[in-house]
Design a protein around this ligand. Structure first.
Ligand code: 6PG
Length: 234
């Protein structure tokens, strides 16, 4: 496990975007939503602003079951900050259709993954998955309250947000752990305790879905800003 700590979230995004550009422009990448990735997306699209129709294949770690123009849509955030000026070939952007019935879209997205990704032990394998982390230890849309019942799912699944009840489509633990490389991209003091528990296997770590992200490739990295890493450096 590699832990990379940067003074600020801006410095983190600058370094992580360099890493993605130098190592993964030909990759199949699953990206997360929420607020953390925005700086990374903007850094990537700024550095690649003179490129056109790059072949990078993009998928989502999870999506809220809302229309693509909803303020809650992970796709909307990426479309406005990363997929700008035809930098990437739009044919290679595989969005989860949040506007569809969740139980239909999960079947559709599983087929997209199986048709477009290499299979490793009959499970689709991403080249890179970039995950966020909630302060309750969730990652993707794998939430503690229902995680135990979802662990046997192969690829994509339908999840439920614990407080809003909002349906989500999410990659499963199994497909995340089948990736060639997994990166946790986490910033802010609000995550420092959960990061410490997960990385040091203490406190409530066993109840956190993020604790079960251990890719069999052993290629797992954390990209943290100083605030998020504060407990680790004590
Ligand atoms: C989502 C994300 C989710 C996110 C964490 C962290 O759809 O919300 O995929 O797993 O990564 O909740 O969210 P922040 O980046 O907003 O802290």
């Amino acid at each position: 496990m590699n832990i990379n700590i940067y003074k600020t979230k801006e410095e983190l995004s600058d370094n992580l975007s360099d890493y993605v550009i130098n190592n993964h422009l030909d990759s199949s990448i699953a990206i997360s939503g929420g607020s953390t990735p925005l700086l990374l997306f903007k850094s990537l699209s700024t550095k690649l602003s003179s490129s056109k129709n790059l072949d990078t294949k993009f998928y989502w770690v999870d999506e809220r079951c809302v229309p693509p123009d909803s303020e809650e849509s992970n796709y909307k955030m990426a479309r406005e900050s990363l997929f700008v000026n035809n930098i990437f070939n739009s044919q290679n952007i595989y969005r989860i259709k949040g506007e569809k019935d969740p139980f239909e879209e999960v079947i559709n997205y599983n087929k997209i993954l199986r048709d477009n990704l290499t299979l490793d032990k009959n499970i689709p394998s991403f080249d890179l998955i970039i995950l966020g982390l909630g302060d309750d230890g969730h990652t993707a849309s794998l939430f503690p309250h229902e995680f135990k019942n979802l662990r046997n799912k192969e690829e994509c699944l339908v999840a439920t947000h614990p407080s809003s009840g909002q349906k989500r489509i999410s990659l499963s633990e199994k497909i995340i752990n089948n990736a060639k490389e997994v990166i946790f991209h986490v910033t802010g003091a609000g995550k420092k305790y959960v990061i410490d528990e997960i990385i040091n296997n203490r406190g409530n770590y066993k109840s956190y879905p993020a604790s079960y992200i251990n890719p069999k490739s052993n290629n797992l990295s954390w990209y943290l800003d100083f605030e998020a890493s504060e407990m680790l450096t004590k």
